[in-house]
Design a protein around this ligand. Sequence first.
Ligand code: UD1
Ligand code: CA
Length: 454
Amino acid sequence: MYKCTIILAAGQGSRMKSDIPKMLHKVCGKEMINHVIDTLRKCDIEDIDVVIGNGAEKVKAGTESRKVQYSVQKEQLGTGHAVMCAEDFLKGKKGTVAIFVGDGPLITKTTVEKLFSYHEENQYSATILTSIMENPAKYGRIIRNEENQVEKIVEFKDCNEEEVKVKEINSGMYCFDIESLLSTLSKLNNNNNQGEYYLTDVIEILKKEGKKVGAVDVPVDEITAVNSKVELAVAEEIMRKRINKKHMENGVILIDPNNVYINCDVEIGKDTIIYPNNVIEGKTVIKDNCTIYPGCRIKDSVIEENVTIQSSVIMESTVGKETTVGPFAYIRPQSVIGNKVKIGDFVEVKKSQIGDGTKISHLTYIGDAEVGKNCNFGCGTVVVNYDGVNKHKTIVGDNSFIGCNTNLVSPVEVESNTYIAAGSTITEKVPENALAIARARQINKENWVKKNNK
Ligand code: UD1
Ligand code: CA
């Protein structure tokens, strides 16, 4: 049967107290609404319509990469009104439409599929995704009749004393037969506590018309909605646990899964060990057998097998096999670090290539450079890549030994198999096999101290 979905995302989200539209707040590194869209795509749902209103342009820009359709709700007159605004999207379609909310990022593929199949197998006109909550707070309540069939949904603010005690709640997510939904939308009114057109009222109308309505209940974790920053943290925690569990099931060792922060699109290989207090972001890939000690932030990077990283930041870069990084190293975007390299303490590398086997052990800055294989950088080397206006490139050939406290003033080339004396300021090319000394000679003035009565 034909399937499509509508995502309601026009609400203001005033309880978030934020300048960013609610739907664009991130959970484990991805915007809430994009979590919903990506989950629906995994269920092979092609036609997705997002109802936008508050912060419409920003929500559109934030979801652009997902290639969805949009309906605009100019005034936010309620969830029922929001669906009315998507009428053009639904018109002429026959089949099932599922409705989700942009602030419910925790919905999973399994649940979406369960909702569709339950709805279609039972030939319901509407199927509500529900949950049982010990403390149902402000969620709408599912009211059932004596035969235990769903009668209606009553919003928290409209509940009487009996209704408010009901623990079965409305997730705000449903499946509808498209034609039945379209025929009821025009019958909605706003005679309620909030003066809004409630989508939830569609249920009672359908029931009164003698149509079949069903409900599927799922764990609360699936449908938890985010209305405030407190709830945002709750959603983050649920999602984080899911992500961490997935990695452990794939063979990753998390020493303390409660204290590792891994974004949803990160991939990690088996037998990699991740210590607490690490943040791994974006599209990072960490391969097998790596050890990530505490205090690292790794973003949009590729870490090859058997790498060890301690207390370091790595951004948009690649780190080769068996390399060690840190403690306290900073690898900035567009760096490519080779295999068996040592990037030691207080080393910063920016937009540079470092060849296999090279050691940069301490207190060094390498920027805009191409460094060969098996070089050794002494402590305190600085690539002077910036003249105050432009950035310039430095090239260091294979097997070069750069003495401590050397400045390499770019643009400059140090050829292979060279040796630079400590304290040199290199401004000219160093030819292959040469020793370069570029510093003032030492002068000793004999007995100078005695003569000056010091
Ligand atoms: C809604 C349900 C409630 C359910 C809860 C689950 C109604 C009347 N109530 O309440 O039964 O328990 O969700 O989370 O549907 N939106 C629009 N346009 C509007 C109003 C809302 O697009 O005019 C969007 C919001 O952006 C949001 C979603 O609809 O994504 C839900 O709106 P919200 O105001 O959060 O509804 P609740 O009061 O939480
Ligand atoms: Ca809500």
